[in-house]
Design a protein around this ligand. Sequence first.
Ligand SMILES: Cc1cc2nc3c(=O)[nH]c(=O)nc-3n(C[C@H](O)[C@H](O)[C@H](O)COP(=O)(O)OP(=O)(O)OC[C@H]3O[C@@H](n4cnc5c(N)ncnc54)[C@H](O)[C@@H]3O)c2cc1C
Length: 400
Amino acid sequence: MTPVGFISRGFRGKRRDVASSSRVPPGQYVVTDFPVLSAGPTPRVNLDQWTFTIQGEIDEPKRWTWKEFAALPSETVTKDIHCVTKWSKLDTVWKGVSVDTLMDGIETAAEFTTIFSDGGYTTNVPLDDITGNKAWVVYEFDGQPLQPEPLARAAVLGRLAWTLGEVVELVQETPRVASLYLNVPDWAGHLAGQHVDVRLTAEDGYVAERSYSIASPPEDRWLALTVERLDDGEVSPYLVGELKVGDRLELRGPIGGYFVWRAGDETPLFLVGGGSGVVPLMAMLRHRAKATHKAPARLLYSSRTLADVIYREELERLGSAGDGLSIVQTLTREKPMGWTGYARRLDESMMKEVALPTEQMPAVFICGPTSFVEAAASLLVAMGYAPQSIKTERFGATGG
Ligand SMILES: Cc1cc2nc3c(=O)[nH]c(=O)nc-3n(C[C@H](O)[C@H](O)[C@H](O)COP(=O)(O)OP(=O)(O)OC[C@H]3O[C@@H](n4cnc5c(N)ncnc54)[C@H](O)[C@@H]3O)c2cc1C
């Protein structure tokens, strides 16, 4: 457990949001863009087929088509949003229909609701939390119709306690990327693909939290994180640059039950990674390498330059083991002499050449910067991949 008052040696923080700090809870940071966090490919819905239904412990289900829904009385509301993934966005202006309007005339003894959305995502909320002028089904943001990108994600973090890991080894993977090996004495184990939250605390109590995928397979003794340093970032330059062997790092996890893969699953595996998005995929490949029965697997990995390729030697080794894993790489900013991989951004013809055939019904995991993940998932859906077979993890605009 974390001792009360733990300080991250040498961490000062950037305190970007001093002006608005009275409105921003500790650990949150203010964003100006909109981080998009959806669990799979963004669903594309034809408005002619769109419906909104309330059903369950009520006399008769209530159902609206898009036209009927858009004709309901609407309201414009201004709210600060504090997402569980640490970003806050202030003064957001939404237009939509109040849940009170939708519930008008509905009698129910139910105390809880389950909200279903396209793509299979569900979340449960007490009815009290969404009635009484507290929730709206919105279709406009800032005076503009919503882009086809869902904005919600839920996580149950309350039960996870912060703990301390000691840095036992630092490995420089590329000029900007390092792996941190941590000894976490009370670590309860994890699945390949999960992540942890890291919390840094400055001497004056200022805290910053970020998420990092676990790079080590469940079988390993140490917990490994692999972090790309963003020079103007707050947390990554501390983790790659300031942190030393022997330092302790506060973390909680493992987090995430969706973007995970278990060896022993016979389904072929198709992994697509951009930049540091290769980290959770590496945990899967390392986990696979230790398994007795190995499902066929392919990794498509995009980096800027050869020098930016993370885990380069290990990937070469894994890819030439002759155990059903093939690795295809693309470099987006150079084509070095003798390079036999692709040398361009991910595109349709590359995906068609590299993706496992849809008939094999592979499990697909895509990870990287948001734009990379969106592009890769859209290409696969256009090729006929079932959206439910594609799991995505977005690292954010810059990707980390
Ligand atoms: C589930 C998950 C797993 C992840 N796993 C990894 C991983 O394995 N490895 C990894 O390297 N990263 C990973 N990330 C990304 C990581 O969480 C961080 O986002 C990343 O390290 C950047 O953090 P930072 O504090 O250094 O940068 P930040 O300080 O958050 O800044 C990020 C960028 O945004 C800009 N910025 C930030 N705030 C403002 C502002 N107010 N105004 C203008 N610009 C601003 C900065 O200039 C910078 O370029 C993961 C993210 C998620 C969600």
